[in-house]
Design a binder for this molecule. Structure first.
Ligand SMILES: [Mn+2]
Length: 322
């Protein structure tokens, strides 16, 4: 695998043709934004490009898609993955078709597995969209309203509306620049839609979760458990749970927030968030998962009670691992 610099990545993109751009399953604002902004950049350079995802783009992110949704059909001349840390995250179909033939990977996850022939990895970038912004500045392309909308949404969503400490000076400068270049993007409206507005069902679910907040370790660890039964009761689908992992950390004094989400009977997807110094990646690794120091996850099997017990044991064991 070849490690590229930003300038080499720009040169690579100038040279490429007929690009298939792959984004990860459970698509989020960052991979969608990076994928479509890159496609538009390639289009501006007179190249064909399509964005492929294993799953449909959720309703809440559809405003990011180009107006004309006609997909060109052509055989790929190259395959580019954006914001995809591991080929497993492509989803089974895309992984099977292209997992072993990705030519270029552009990503910001420090956990990025070297699966592509060439890679541009910037672990300090808050979002892949931040990298795409930098590429945009050195490629012969013009920033358009739709690109700015995509790049802004990706940076806003990956930083929790610029709350997390990954939002550094470069992120803020990139955003300031987008706002100057494209003042007609509804930036404030995007923030409201992404971070303030929730479906009625989601709010009812949150009410129930508040009633059932579980406090451990003298209130330093807060756990919530979302069962399929609750989701059905309030008719909340998976996509509406966006950002729910941050919910337990709203409690004052909480150091670690744990969200258990029932995938199917006997199987829970667990998200852990750390407010400050506890390394939740280390805790999740004890259970076969991983991630970032302040945001990690794992998959745990068992009944809700069994899973809760395993989690609390791992929390006790891993609490002081740095
Ligand atoms: Mn990302």
């Amino acid at each position: 695998m070849q490690q590229l610099t930003l300038a080499q990545t720009a040169a690579w993109l100038k040279d490429c043709n007929d690009a298939y751009i792959l984004i990860h399953r459970s698509p989020d604002g960052d991979c969608i934004g990076a994928g479509y902004a890159l496609a538009e950049m390639l289009h501006q350079m007179q190249k064909r490009a399509v964005v492929l995802c294993d799953e449909p783009i959720p309703e809440r992110y559809r405003f990011m898609l180009p107006e004309s949704q006609e997909q060109e059909t052509f055989e790929p001349g190259c395959v580019i993955a954006v914001d995809v840390a591991d080929p497993k995250l492509l989803g089974s179909e895309l992984q099977e078709k292209y997992g072993k033939s990705v030519d270029l990977c552009i990503d910001h996850h420090v956990s990025n597995v070297p699966y592509a022939s060439a890679r541009y990895l910037d672990g300090k970038a808050a979002a892949t969209c931040e990298i795409l912004y930098s590429l945009c500045r050195i490629l012969p392309v013009t920033m358009t309203r739709s690109m700015a909308l995509c790049l802004y949404t990706g940076m806003a969503t990956d930083t929790g509306c610029f709350q997390y400490d990954n939002a550094g000076p470069h992120t803020h400068r990139a955003v300031a620049d987008l706002m100057e270049m494209c003042p007609d993007v509804p930036y404030a409206k995007i923030n409201r839609q992404m971070f303030a507005v929730k479906s009625f069902g989601r709010l009812q679910l949150e009410q129930l979760l508040i009633d059932r907040l579980e406090r451990y370790k003298d209130g330093k660890c807060i756990l919530i458990c979302i069962t399929q039964e609750f989701l059905q009761k309030f008719q909340v689908d998976e996509a509406e749970l966006d950002g729910i992992a941050g919910f337990p950390l709203q409690v004052e004094g909480a150091q670690v927030g744990i969200t258990m989400k029932e995938k199917e009977p006997g199987k829970f997807r667990v998200s852990m968030r750390s407010a400050d110094r506890v390394n939740v990646s280390a805790i999740c690794q004890l259970l076969g998962g991983g991630g970032h120091i302040k945001a990690a996850g794992c998959l745990v099997c068992g009944t809700a009670d069994e899973v809760r017990e395993k989690l609390l044991r791992a929390v006790s064991e891993g609490w002081s691992i740095q």
